[in-house]
Design a protein around this ligand. Structure first.
Ligand code: HEM
Length: 230
């Protein structure tokens, strides 16, 4: 094992332990554990919100990991097939939780949501425009996730093109969480969204620069020949 790889492993483990520690500390000190779930009249609403936030975090993780893979940042540290499996698995988990988050609205008695309100974008009783962005992003992400096993059949070019729309889905879900959610005004939620959007933007710009310099390197010999013949 290379030295840099070992240090990356240790750094990831330390960061994971810190995140788990802070989450456990917050859980026990917030008093959340002292509320009997069966006596909470707003249980469905709490579950809608928490499933939405966890789904967003997973989607963010999947998008960042995807950019790590395409930017060849984790090439030496994580073998290709493992990286791809992790990317696909986290995407599917985000989708499942996103679906659960939507379906749980049927159990919340503040608004009356039907199955069709949840599955058909822009038709629900509450802020249909911004809630609809979540539904639309869900369908788009489902198509993108289904394209993983179908890559062989649809071809690399179409798959890549389809995959680019995941940035659009990420943007839609970000606006959805910020403007549809009860917690959109909270500092912690805004920090999560800001860190998420800024890291995706930074990685995307770095990747585009890398792609451009690679394309320039590829075209350099051709340009040199053309200059000589002119
Ligand atoms: C992958 C897909 C989705 C993700 C990542 C997602 C994420 C989120 C997030 C982060 C929030 C803010 C939660 C809060 O303020 O605590 C939210 C709110 C909401 N979402 Fe989604 N969502 C998705 C799909 C859907 C779908 C399909 C529906 C179906 C109609 C939906 C309906 C809602 C509603 C009604 C709210 C407001 C809940 C409230 O605060 O009372 N979402 N979503």
């Amino acid at each position: 094992m290379r030295n840099s790889t070992r240090w990356t492993d240790i750094a990831v483990m330390i960061v994971s332990l810190i995140v788990i520690g802070i989450s456990a500390w917050w859980l026990f000190t917030s008093g959340a554990m002292s509320i009997p779930l069966d006596q909470d009249p707003k249980l469905a609403w709490h579950l809608v919100r928490s499933a939405g936030i966890v789904s967003y975090v997973l989607l963010l993780a999947s998008t960042v990991w995807g950019l790590f893979i395409s930017g060849q940042i984790v090439k030496d540290w994580s073998p290709g097939p493992i990286s791809m499996t992790l990317h696909a698995t986290v995407s599917w988990l985000a989708l499942l939780l996103g679906l659960g988050h939507g379906l749980l609205l049927m159990f919340d008695d503040y608004f009356t949501y039907t199955l069709s309100d949840i599955l058909v974008p822009f038709t629900g009783p509450y802020r249909p425009e911004v809630v609809g962005l979540g539904t639309l992003a869900f369908w788009l992400l489902l198509i993108i996730s289904l394209s993983f096993p179908l890559k062989k059949f649809i071809g690399n070019k179409a798959w890549k093109l389809l995959h680019f729309t995941s940035y659009l889905a990420f943007a839609m879900v970000t606006l959805h969480g910020l403007f549809a959610g009860t917690d959109g005004h909270l500092l912690g939620f805004r920090i999560l969204i800001s860190v998420g959007v800024l890291s995706v933007l930074a990685l995307l710009i770095a990747r585009m620069r890398k792609d451009r310099s690679r394309a320039n390197q590829r075209l350099a010999p051709r340009r040199a020949v053309r200059q000589q013949t002119n």
